[in-house]
Design a protein. Structure first.
Length: 135
């Protein structure tokens, strides 16, 4: 909850009945980073190597679960979709801008609940797109 102009905001997504909007793109990106990237901060040198590889190849491999609806799932057409997928696409835009790349190809790789963190450690994917924890 957040007090806003004498009103209490209670919305998680969109706007509540008072017109309060708490779930903004900035909050969403921060949450995604906290849930997926921070568990791997200990592998600092690996992340530098990953960014170097992304810069050289102009491609980023994103892991996602196909069965974690509404966060990440595979549509009938085979295209990844969901809240986490949308947030990862925002991160792709930021990585592209930060590395000053004219284009950045994205490869989507399905990961399993059991192997998703191992896939990052083994460089099968550069970033997980999902609401995950390391515990």
């Amino acid at each position: 909850m957040l007090a806003r102009g004498g009103r209490i905001c209670r919305a998680w997504f969109g706007k509540d009945r008072y017109g309060c909007r708490l779930w903004t793109p900035g909050v969403a990106v921060a949450l995604l980073l906290a849930l997926t990237v921070l568990p791997f901060v200990q592998a600092g040198s690996a992340s530098g190597a990953t960014l170097d590889r992304v810069r050289q190849t102009s491609s980023l491999t994103l892991g996602y679960r196909t069965d974690a609806q509404p966060f990440s799932y595979r549509e009938a057409s085979g295209t990844p979709a969901g809240y986490s997928i949308a947030l990862c696409l925002k991160i792709v835009d930021e990585v592209k801008a930060e590395l000053k790349l004219s284009s950045l190809a994205v490869e989507w790789v399905p990961v399993t609940l059991a192997d998703r963190f191992k896939d990052v450690q083994q460089d099968k994917v550069d970033l997980l797109c999902g609401a995950d924890s390391a515990h």
